[in-house]
Design a protein around this ligand. Sequence first.
Ligand SMILES: N[C@@H](CCC(=O)N[C@@H](CS)C(=O)NCC(=O)O)C(=O)O
Length: 217
Amino acid sequence: MVLKLYGTSEAGSGTSIVALVLAEKQIPFEHIAVDLGAQEQKTPEFLAMHPFGQVPVIDDDGFILYESRAICRYLAEKYADQGTQLLPKTLEGRALVEQAASVELANFNPVLVRAGKEVFRQRRRNVPDRTLIAEVMAGLEAKLDVYEVILGKHNFLAGDEFTLADLFHLSYVVWIELSGIDVMTSRGPNVKRWWTELVSRPEWVKMVAEGIKGTVN
Ligand SMILES: N[C@@H](CCC(=O)N[C@@H](CS)C(=O)NCC(=O)O)C(=O)O
C-alpha cells in the first residue's frame, strides 16, 4: 500500500518538510489534504491517528506516525540507501545531526512558529501584529549570528554535507518571507550562502511553486 501523507497543501508547513524528505528520497506517496480551517484534524477519525489533532501524519502500510521531525527521521532511516543521503553513516556524524536538530527545535523553530502564525493571520485577512513579528524576528537575529560562526566552519550545520538538520529549518520561513520580511539573507554571508543553497534545492523550488502534491494523486 502506498504511503499516505495527511497534511496541509502549502510549502512552509511541517507537512512540507515531510513532503521534501519523500521527494528527496524518491518515495511514492499519496497526499491527503487536511482542511485545518474546517477543523478536519479534530474529527474522531483523525484523533485516532494523532491524539493532539495536528498535521502531519503518515500511514505507512498501517504504521501511523505523527510529529514532522520523527516522520522525517523514520523515512531517512527506512530508505537510507535510496535517493539523497540525509543522515551520515557514522555514530559521530549522526550525533552532530542530532545536535544541530536540537538547536533548531530549541532556538529556531519556536521563533518561526510565533512569527509564522502572525503572518498566517494576515493571509486569512486578519490584521497581523507587525510589532510582535519584529520583536520575535529580532530574537532570531542573535541566533543567526551564532549560525554564522558555525557555517563559517563547514558548509552545512552538521558538517560539509546536507542533512535532515538543515532540511528541518525550511518549515515556516517561507510564510514569513512571503510577507516581505527577509529572514535569512540579511545577516552574515555564511548564513546567506547556506540558506540560498537550501531554498534552491529543486524539489523545494517545485513545492513552493506548485504546493504539496503526492506522486500517485
Ligand atoms: N511539532 C509538530 C507541530 C504540528 C503543528 O503545529 N501542526 C499545525 C500545522 S503546521 C497544525 O496541525 N495546526 C492545527 C491545530 O493545531 O489544530 C510537528 O512538527 O509535527
